[in-house]
Design a protein around this ligand. Structure first.
Ligand SMILES: [Zn+2]
Length: 319
């Protein structure tokens, strides 16, 4: 039965989406600000359209203004992992949008952001938790924004920055993003993309074939396309699946396609996405996965992929 313990790695979480709701509420009250209705709805576990998520997410991370606040988020992320009950490695693949935080919103300096993350990562390591960081650009801000993100981070980047990704609304086609992804790849970063979440499943194919990404976040709409599931399986592309987030933000999804994806041979693993905005943790996501009727063998695969494909353990520079 020990095989059925939760995975020990959170494969997808955003720093900006991980602020504790009580803390955000306290900061907002102190400044006379009222959380948007969409954020209140998400905190209650309700489903909202993706367009409503963006302002909720930005309101929440608007309080991310110091290295100390960043370090606190890392501490909370470590607490949300399953306890170290076995010899399995524990870890976190963490997405962050430095351009949004430090240039677009000027909430803190890049030096403060990196320092807070560095301190949080250094604190996590003695607890047996490795962290890899993936730089996230906002798809719907367009490719000039993508280049600006790379201009910001490609200089003297910390050793734990291992990847580049796009997130947000899948509004700009991946073929247009290809030059940005190519530049990130040439600089030594691994490539991922949020695709097939708020956009069609065909975005998953385009991200892989035209932008060269080697990892997909969500990808749930690809489940309607057997040939895209086949592509994911054949190329062994890891897919980070976030059940609570998908339930909240993908209203047209129906029953979650995770079982179908696993049965097609896709290397899915679980992530929390924005555990401060849509409260959840990996043990809870594991219970939700079990409730989908996966076989013990499928659950074991789900857990094994979490470790085998995690960039915190497999990326160059990672331990
Ligand atoms: Zn995400």
């Amino acid at each position: 039965m020990s095989q059925l313990l939760p995975p020990s790695i959170d494969r997808h979480a955003h720093l900006e989406g991980s602020l504790d709701p009580a803390w955000v509420r306290e900061q907002a009250a102190r400044e006379g600000k009222v959380p948007p209705d969409t954020l209140e709805a998400l905190w209650r576990g309700e489903t909202i359209p993706f367009e409503g998520f963006i302002p909720a997410f930005f309101f929440s991370c608007g309080f991310l203004r110091s290295a100390a606040a960043v370090r606190e988020i890392l501490r909370a992320a470590v607490r949300r992992l399953a306890p170290a009950e076995e010899d399995l490695p524990r870890g976190l693949d963490l997405w962050v949008s430095p351009h949004y935080l430090c240039v677009h919103e000027k909430l803190l300096t890049l030096e403060e952001l990196w320092r807070g993350m560095d301190e949080g990562i250094a604190e996590a390591r003695p607890q047996g938790v490795e962290v890899a960081v993936i730089i996230d650009a906002v798809n719907h801000f367009g490719i000039q924004h993508g280049h600006a993100v790379l201009d910001l981070v490609l200089g003297e980047r910390p050793p734990w920055v291992v990847g580049f990704s796009t997130g947000g609304i899948e509004g700009v086609p991946f073929r247009e993003w290809a030059p940005v992804f190519d530049r990130a790849r040439r600089a030594g970063l691994r490539l991922a993309a949020h695709a097939g979440e708020n956009g069609p499943g065909t975005n998953v194919r385009e991200a892989i074939l035209e932008a060269g990404v080697s990892r997909i976040v969500h990808g749930v709409h690809a489940a309607a396309h057997p040939e895209i599931l086949e592509l994911l399986a054949e190329r062994k592309i890891p897919v980070d699946v976030c059940l609570t987030s998908n339930r909240a933000l993908v209203p047209d999804l129906g029953p979650h396609p995770l079982p179908r994806m696993l049965r097609a041979g896709v290397r899915c693993a679980l992530g929390t996405d924005d555990p401060g905005v849509m409260p959840c943790d990996i043990p809870g996501e594991w219970k939700a996965a079990q409730a989908l009727g996966l076989t013990p063998e499928e659950l074991v695969s789900l857990r094994r992929h979490a470790v085998e494909d995690a960039w915190c353990y497999t990326a160059p520079g990672a331990v």
